[in-house]
Design a protein around this ligand. Structure first.
Ligand code: ADP
Ligand code: MG
Length: 486
């Protein structure tokens, strides 16, 4: 950990490059399938392999997906964009070059707004979003001293989203990546699966004296595929660079990898060894020209985005920050909450039900809202029973809800009636039971009367048992307190 003095002295500067694999069923320039986990080298055509005489053809769906993201980030959508070849040799790159966008990316500029832990907002500026193809995968077997190559992923469509160097902490970087993940999933353009590598991130890290206008020399940390490792790698790198500057050493511009087991970054290659990619315009692909109408059509079909819904949940439904954040994690949960809110006025209770009993049920049964057996109407009725004091929340969640799950066609009210669960607020029903409780516990009654007022909870518990959970807590408390006072 850096001392306060050193963090006051040096500012951390981070720029991120996020790759999101587009959820198109075929590749960026070929018809090959893109299923994850297919047998190696079964989704590879001559186009993907760059055989002479083959020609790439742009996947319009991928283009549309990139534009969706650009519109969601308020980027400028290029009316004309084009592709370039980035040349280098590596065994996972069958053509010897990657088709990407260098000079004229599909989306220019833009911003992503983050809500930080304390509720404040930060605008992160984007440099660009461009389309490019992915490389294949190398699989190394140290035991057999062999490496294999699987070209299934080669040619798969990616967007690369590049931020300006305007992130200032590892927390901001992690929240940024989480926001991007939410956005691409809401937009339906990427499955957001970080374990399978559908979303991965390079972090560019530098430090400079606080107040300095010029940027320090940056180090690029490659391919992190978890939030935790992104945060750890940035923190490690901040400390390492400050440590070097403090003893008068220079930062070497280089590419490093993060070793998650050891929690350290290690050098891969320095700038001097960096490839000269010799970008040049891809001669086999014409420039992409977009009409205003086409862009407007894409725009018209954009769904509500997580941040807009977050604000709506805060303002319209009056939810606390925590609830609003949790309920907008995924589009599925957010839309279920919206449907439920159309059936009830008890918004906070609706949120509690979704974050509590319903969530536990979904987790335990391994289901999602798409196959949740109950309708929003049924849950709204259940909420009403509890909110109107006909049953307690615990009876509603522990007795009626499980029964309702077994009999989704029956209404919550008739379950409550059949199981005789409607709360008794009738004193004449509760009074004899309350008297019994006191008679059965003379010792505790005496203790209460000599000042151990905490025993009230015990008596209440006993009365609840006797009434089989049906005592209205307000009436019951009043009854017992009165009896004990005599
Ligand atoms: P390169 O030419 O090395 O690819 P770019 O200018 O294209 O660098 O930037 C790549 C990424 O690195 C961007 O996300 C950018 O914000 C970030 N970046 C650039 N300079 C710095 C710096 N000094 N410190 C931190 N991040 C930086
Ligand atoms: Mg660059």
């Amino acid at each position: 950990m850096l001392t306060q003095e050193l963090t006051d002295k040096y500012q951390l500067v981070v720029g991120l490059e996020v790759h999101a694999q587009l959820a198109t069923s075929s590749k960026l320039f070929a018809g090959d399938a893109t299923n994850f986990g297919a047998q190696a080298n079964t989704q590879v055509s001559v186009i993907t392999l760059g055989h002479p005489g083959t020609l790439p053809k742009l996947n319009m769906r991928a283009l549309e997906f990139a534009v969706r993201m650009g519109l969601a980030c308020e980027s400028q959508i290029s009316r004309k964009s084009s592709f370039d070849r980035k040349n280098y040799f590596y065994p996972d790159l069958p053509k010897g070059y990657q088709i990407t966008q260098d000079k004229e990316p599909i989306c220019v500029g833009g911003n992503v707004i983050l809500t930080l832990e304390d509720g404040t907002e930060r605008e992160i500026r984007l440099n660009r979003i461009h389309l490019e193809e992915d490389a294949g995968k190398l699989i190394h077997s140290p035991e057999r001293e062999e490496s294999w190559v699987d070209y299934n992923r080669a040619g798969t469509a990616l967007i690369e989203l590049v931020t300006e160097p305007c992130l200032r902490s590892s927390e901001e970087a992690v929240i940024f990546l989480a926001e991007i993940r939410k956005m691409v999933m809401y937009l339906g353009i990427c499955d957001g699966n970080m374990e399978e590598g559908s979303l991965r991130c390079d972090a560019n890290v530098s430090v400079r004296l606080q107040g300095s206008e010029t940027l320090g020399k940056k180090v690029e940390i490659k391919n992190m595929n978890s939030f935790r490792n992104l945060g750890r790698a940035i923190d490690f790198e901040y400390e390492r660079q400050v440590g070097l500057l403090e003893v008068g050493q220079d930062i070497v511009s280089e590419t490093r990898t993060f070793d998650g087991d050891r929690g350290v970054t290690a050098s891969m290659r320095t700038k001097e060894e960096l490839n000269d990619y010799r970008y040049f315009p891809e001669p086999d692909l014409p420039p992409v020209i977009l009409t205003e109408e086409w862009i407007q059509n894409v725009k018209a079909e954009l769904p509500a985005l997580p941040r807009a819904l977050y604000h709506k949940f805060r303002k319209v439904y009056g939810l606390p920050r925590y609830d609003a954040a949790l309920l907008t994690e995924t589009k599925e949960v957010a839309s279920w909450f919206e449907s439920l809110s159309a059936q009830t006025v008890h918004y906070k209770a609706a949120s509690n039900w979704m974050m509590g009993p319903i969530k536990s049920y979904l987790n335990e049964s391994g289901s999602t809202y798409s196959n949740f057996p109950l309708t929003v109407e049924a849950i709204a009725q259940l909420i009403a029973l509890a909110e109107e004091g006909k049953v307690s929340f615990s009876v509603a969640s522990q007795k009626i809800f499980p029964e309702l799950l077994r009999h989704p066609d029956v209404t919550p009210l008739s379950i409550a009636q059949d199981l005789n669960l409607i709360q008794e607020s009738d004193g004449s029903f509760l009074l004899p039971l309350a008297k019994e409780v006191l008679l059965e516990n003379p010792g505790k009654v005496a203790e209460y009367r000599t000042g151990k007022k905490g025993l009230l909870g015990y008596f209440m518990g006993e009365l609840m048992k006797k009434s089989q959970g049906k005592a209205d807590p307000k009436v019951a408390t009043q009854l017992i307190t009165e009896l004990l006072a005599n």
